[in-house]
Ligand binder design. Structure first.
Ligand code: SF4
Ligand code: SF4
Length: 96
């Protein structure tokens, strides 16, 4: 389960909020920094930690039993599909 977002290390890029399939993370409209809005929904999937470019997110190993592993992976695969579709649209990254 997500433990902490270290504010002084955070660069405010917003990747963690976009990456989270469970909508755990929200961005403070004033500071533009993320905060943990729904900690109990966290499924310890490590996506936010993976995408954080500065290592500001700390994850513990406890996991909420609220959602099934199948559901979590369906969300992760959806993100990967979106990522792949976006990469195809970017000029200069198509294979040839
Ligand atoms: S570990 Fe996964 S579910 Fe938990 S906050 Fe990060 S991205 Fe969201
Ligand atoms: S991904 Fe990391 S640097 Fe970017 S907003 Fe989230 S905690 Fe901050």
């Amino acid at each position: 389960m997500i433990d902490q977002i270290v504010q002084h290390e955070c660069a405010g890029c917003g990747f963690c909020e976009i990456a989270c399939p469970m909508d755990v993370i929200r961005t403070d409209p004033v500071t533009r920094k993320p905060y943990i809005a729904y900690r109990k929904d966290c499924q310890t999937c490590f996506l936010c930690e993976h995408f954080c470019p500065v290592g500001a997110i700390k994850i513990g190993l406890e996991r909420s039993p609220k959602y099934s592993t199948e559901f979590i992976w369906s969300q992760v695969l959806k993100i990967r599909e979106i990522d792949a579709a976006l990469s195809k649209d970017e000029p200069g990254v198509k294979g040839g």
